[in-house]
Ligand binder design. Structure first.
Ligand code: SF4
Ligand code: SF4
Length: 334
């Protein structure tokens, strides 16, 4: 059976990915209108500021996390950044690196690019095994860099100073300008990444994303894992051939690697019945296919819901504060 010409699991994932992509684009447009209100000097914003825009501030969220661990409180300037960061971390610890293949807009666009590349060039290229192995290490090196810089080296007293400063307060506006007022360097880098994503599947996610590296390491403790029933497996290797992360699924009884994003492509391509499944390690019987996507989406939305209900979602900054900040933005670029 197919849905929109795709296998049901793949179709479900595609629908979830595009729903989140449209939602995130909507947040971006809304925030753009909010900043436009500031720029034209409107007495009141045309639309309210969407706190979800802080999902694009993961490095500040890491500082915010350390601040929370030190002080026991959530810093009020961009609390949604921390809530989204913690929700995604929790998702990874419970349901693999599912954020990357179900929700992340960069992951979705990266998949679109690789499909486009396949139709343009007839195939996606593969980097040889050893260079691929070393290149995959880059994202872990970047992660180590940020963890050392923020979690280890940044003194506790400096955390409040960073989070109270105009630089952090205006970081959402600067991030918007990053996209709307692109420098030539940014354009060149994005063009190169797009080209590499056309040629190689998930180039950014596989080699360069430190966020994905962190989520992959967190996913090692996830009870959900791809499990293969070796006694019913024919060894056809269609799972491994289809896996976008090039994992040798056919050779494992449990896929534990941090590279697995829980995309379920291997499950969709397995011709056997009840041979491959994404399920908790403690669960022996087959689970309906919709359980895992439901868990993934529920965890993400529940994390955000807890942030909203507990009063750690909307920024403490008022429209007036943002008006003052806007004039400082040109001086806060570096
Ligand atoms: S092992 Fe399966 S679920 Fe994991 S990345 Fe590969 S195809 Fe996706
Ligand atoms: S696709 Fe299914 S049957 Fe084929 S090797 Fe993988 S798990 Fe075994």
């Amino acid at each position: 059976m197919t849905i929109f010409g795709q296998k049901p699991i793949i179709a479900i994932r595609t629908i979830v990915q595009w729903c989140f992509l449209f939602w995130i684009v909507g947040i971006g447009v809304r925030f753009g209108l909010f900043v436009y209100s500031l720029e034209i000097g409107a007495a009141a914003p045309l639309v309210s500021r969407p706190p979800g825009v802080e999902g694009f501030l993961p490095i500040g969220a890491l500082v915010s996390l350390k601040y929370m661990l030190f002080s026991g409180t959530v810093h009020p300037v961009h609390p949604a950044a921390l809530i989204i960061f913690l929700s995604i971390l929790l998702m990874s610890m419970l349901a693999k690196k599912s954020f990357c293949s179900w929700i992340c807009p960069v992951g979705t666009l990266s998949e679109v690019a690789s499909k486009l590349g396949k139709s343009l060039f007839g195939r996606n290229f593969k980097i040889w095994r050893w260079p691929d192995f070393f290149l995959r290490g880059i994202k872990y090196l970047l992660l180590v860099f940020f963890i050392k810089l923020i979690l280890l080296d940044m003194p506790g007293e400096a955390l409040g100073g960073f989070l109270d400063a105009p630089y952090w307060a205006a970081s959402d506006i600067k991030m918007l300008h990053f996209f709307t007022r692109m420098s030539v360097t940014t354009m060149v880098v994005l063009a190169m990444l797009t080209l590499l994503s056309l040629l190689f599947k998930n180039f950014w996610c596989r080699y360069l994303c430190p966020y994905g590296a962190l989520l992959g390491l967190a996913s090692l403790v996830s009870p959900f894992k791809i499990r293969r029933n070796a006694s019913n497996c024919t060894g056809c290797q269609r799972c491994s051939a289809a896996c976008p992360a090039t994992i040798a699924v056919h050779a494992s009884t449990t896929v534990s690697t941090p590279e697995c994003t829980g995309c379920l492509t291997c499950v969709a391509h397995c011709p056997g019945k009840n041979v491959l499944a994404m399920q908790p390690v403690f669960w022996r019987r087959p689970l309906p296919v919709w359980i895992y996507p439901s868990v993934v989406v529920s965890l993400f939305l529940a994390g955000i819901g807890v942030g909203m209900v507990s009063g750690h979602w909307s920024s403490s900054l008022s429209y007036e504060d943002y008006r003052r900040l806007l004039s400082l933005v040109p001086y806060l670029s570096h």
